[in-house]
Ligand binder design. Structure first.
Ligand SMILES: C[S@@+](CC[C@H](N)C(=O)[O-])C[C@H]1O[C@@H](n2cnc3c(N)ncnc32)[C@H](O)[C@@H]1O
Length: 332
């Protein structure tokens, strides 16, 4: 979740790849092991839980309201230790996890939050070796989770139509993995146009954009039979439009919409209760599976709720939907 105390320098463009040397193929998880090295990012957490992210540079000092720390005192040590600053502040030192990195990295567009990225990887069944198409790339947060899930032998083909966001994403993904991930291809341009002209076939397609329904025909052409499309949308109107468009297309199984709510708990002696704060809403998710060529999805066995497709409804309509009765028209 976003944390105002996170402070990755938004102007940072350096990639630690040169400093870290050649990354072996089995290490494309964005996780470094062993002693902390110059060029790596570390996360300092103070006694009040405030976090600071910094890139280790030999000879440099980190300043806070509790004095300063020498980077040289961190370089060469195994992560998971505490250091004391010149004015007596104690800081816990770890490398940032992926879930921590994505909410503190520089942003061009809003990111997919870790709780939703986890849902996408699990419910869209993203597997090692898969070919995954993604759009838009935004800041590259979801890209990092997808790359991790497909691994170096899979492919993540990403489309982003805004060059400035693509640049931010490229820097973020490089920084997280310590270099150019071998499974990643970033295309500049519109997904619907780019995917069709690329001729690519995909196992999974993830859409995080304003109007995912506009991409449904291109997605249907590119997805392999049994493949999964997953859309991530912020509002109920978007959710309705994308579900109805997938349903009306006929070449997908019944779309499954849901959202996830995560609540922290406070556990301290006898004081065991839900946390006072939670993120109430991030976005809705919807998945559907591609039918084989020429196969149509089974019709819904239950009739739509009265008025569901009444006179006020103006969105896409599946061709099997019974015409509105006079009663429904009144209800609608
Ligand atoms: C909310 S951001 C994506 C955030 C990203 N998933 C992340 O986790 O960092 C939405 C992005 O989709 C891009 N976009 C919207 N429609 C698009 C399309 N048809 N093709 C490619 N990119 C698109 C926008 O430019 C924007 O950068």
């Amino acid at each position: 979740m976003p944390d105002p105390s996170d402070d990755l320098d938004p102007s940072a463009t350096s990639t630690p790849s040169s400093a870290l040397g050649e990354v072996p193929p089995e290490a494309w998880g964005g996780v470094q092991r062993g002693p902390l090295r110059e060029g790596e990012w570390v996360r300092l957490t103070d006694s009040k839980g405030r976090r600071h992210n910094l890139e280790l540079v030999a000879g440099k000092r980190f300043f806070s309201n509790r004095g300063h720390l020498e980077h040289d005192d961190l370089i060469g040590r195994e992560e998971g230790f505490t250091v004391t600053s010149s004015a007596g502040g104690t800081y816990l030192v770890f490398r940032p996890l992926l879930a921590e990195f994505v909410v503190s990295m520089p942003r061009g567009a809003a990111v997919v939050y870790p709780k939703d990225a986890a849902q996408i990887v699990a419910m869209a069944d993203v597997f090692p070796g898969a070919t995954v198409v993604e759009a838009g790339v935004g800041s590259g947060a979801l890209t990092c989770s997808l790359l991790r899930a497909v691994g170096p032998h899979g492919r993540v083909l990403s489309w982003e139509r805004r060059e400035e966001f693509a640049d931010v994403a490229r820097r973020n993904v490089r920084q997280f993995f310590g270099g150019d991930h071998p499974a990643w291809t970033l295309h500049l341009g519109d997904l619907a146009e780019g995917l069709v002209s690329s001729g690519e076939r995909a196992d999974r397609i993830v859409l995080d954009m304003l109007a995912p329904w506009e991409c449904v025909p291109a997605v249907a052409d590119a997805l392999v039979p049994g493949g999964i499309v997953c859309a991530y949308v912020a509002t109920t109107t978007q959710l309705s439009r994308v579900v109805e468009t997938l349903r009306a297309h006929g070449g997908f199984t019944e779309p499954q919409p849901w959202e996830s709510l995560v609540r922290d708990w406070h556990v301290e002696g006898l004081a065991v209760r839900p946390g006072h704060k939670m993120i109430g809403h991030t976005a809705f998710l919807v998945t559907a599976r591609r039918m084989a060529p020429g196969e149509r999805a089974p019709r819904k066995s239950r009739r739509p709720a009265p008025g569901a497709y009444g006179v006020d409804y103006s969105g896409p309509r599946p061709d099997w939907l019974p015409p509105q009765s006079a009663e429904e028209q009144l209800d609608g």
